[in-house]
Design a protein around this ligand. Structure first.
Ligand code: SKM
Length: 287
């Protein structure tokens, strides 16, 4: 490392909180080194209210690009100079590209989610999904699944600040893809959750439940799962959440969050460097 970092090394960052668990620094730094790119990637713990300062710092230090993680994805979308078409629809970003001082926000979470399913052998076309959550990553994957041909999406969320997001997502999908049926339900309605999962092909946890320190918890009672259900999680730390473990025990096809992290990162890497991330090498290195 001491030989790799020099006075010319370009910086990439991750902004959000918490970030100490993040797999991004290892993934990008491995890829930069593998491809001989004079870049380094560091994570910075930044709270939502500190984001205006953090974005100013990206400009000041001419940071080449940044990922943004929870809970800062929506506020970040309001602070950059331009948004990709998908980021405009979704209203949240997880990637910022600094093009000589002009910051453009992109969202690659949905692309990463759909690719992760594909790598697991699951095609989103014609499928009914139940998605828990209505934050940045949840919205991104709901919109991407609709754009990629899902048949129906039932969103469950707690009655909190994000519930309105789910209603807005329903409206946005209704405009972009009116043939996709979107339903929004309160998570407290367990009878509805059970009934919707019974009719679904794919169940997704896109909340932070299951992630440390909420590991060992799941929003879905194990009795609602069945072996022909595909169960996906956006949480990747721990590698297998309680939901994924329950699903695996029952013989469901599982798509843990680690794969989504890899594929959203690969899409971001192309935006950052114009190159393809060496994903196969990284997966082999990680084993
Ligand atoms: O959207 C991603 C983000 O790009 C990076 C990340 C991480 O490093 O934990 C998680 C997701 O929010």
């Amino acid at each position: 490392m001491e030989k790799r970092i020099s006075g010319t090394t370009g910086l990439f960052t991750l902004l959000g909180s918490p970030v100490g668990h993040s797999g991004s620094p290892a993934m990008y730094n491995f890829s930069f080194q593998k491809q001989g790119l004079d870049y380094a990637y560091l994570a910075f713990d930044v709270k939502k209210e500190q984001m205006p300062q953090a974005i100013d710092a990206l400009r000041l230090f001419k940071v080449r690009g940044s990922n943004v993680t929870m809970p800062c994805k929506s506020i970040a979308a309001t602070l950059v100079d331009d948004l990709s078409p998908a980021a405009k629809i979704i209203g949240a970003i997880n990637v910022i590209v600094n093009d000589n001082g002009k910051l453009t926000g992109h969202i690659t979470d949905g692309i990463g989610f759909v690719r992760n399913l594909k790598e697991t052998g699951v095609d989103i076309k014609g499928k009914k999904l139940v998605v828990l959550g209505a934050g940045g990553a949840a919205t991104a994957l709901q919109v991407q699944c609709a754009l990629d041909g899902a048949k129906e999406i039932s969103i469950f969320n707690q009655d909190d600040e994000f519930y309105q997001n789910a209603e807005k997502t329903k409206e946005k999908i209704g405009q972009a893809k009116p043939e996709v049926k979107v339903n929004v339900y309160p998570l407290a309605d367990q009878a509805k959750l059970k009934a919707e999962i019974a009719q679904a092909d794919i169940l997704v946890n896109a909340t932070i439940v299951g992630m440390k320190p909420l590991d060992g918890q799941s929003l879905v009672d194990k009795s609602y799962l069945r072996s022909d259900l595909v169960v996906a999680d956006t949480v990747y730390n721990p590698l297998k959440t309680k939901l994924i473990e329950d699903a695996e025990t029952l013989g469901c096809t599982i798509a843990p969050g680690k794969g989504m992290l890899l594929w959203q990162g690969a899409a971001a890497y192309s935006l950052f460097t114009g190159k393809e991330m060496p994903t196969a090498e990284y997966q082999a290195y990680e084993q």
